[in-house]
Design a protein around this ligand. Structure first.
Ligand SMILES: [Zn+2]
Length: 99
């Protein structure tokens, strides 16, 4: 059993003049000529960064109920897609910080 490939990108097989390689972004591994894409991808465990694991997202309705904004929290950094958030913390963010 070969070890898993823990990368952000799905690995693919690449044929070069130096042989066949399993490639996923920065990851390169020499493969033998019998290696199949199915085999490579069955070893793949998608890498999820700590920041992405801590990410939270909410859809909030604007006060006139015409727009929907997205409030996001990642590693305690807050953002919102409304105009108010461009100047700092908007009411949507405050609302979610209370929860
Ligand atoms: Zn907002």
């Amino acid at each position: 059993m070969k070890n898993t490939i823990n990368t952000r990108y799905c690995p693919v097989l690449v044929t070069t003049i130096k042989g066949i390689f399993i490639v996923a972004g920065e990851y390169w591994e020499k493969a033998d000529k019998n290696t199949t894409v199915q085999e490579v991808q069955s070893r793949w465990v998608p890498f999820i960064s700590e920041a992405a694991k801590n990410k939270k997202e909410w859809s909030v309705l604007s006060s006139n109920k015409k727009d929907t904004y997205t409030v996001m929290s990642m590693n305690n950094k807050w953002s919102c897609t409304c105009w108010g958030a461009k100047r700092g913390v908007c009411k949507h963010i405050k609302e979610k910080q209370k929860v």
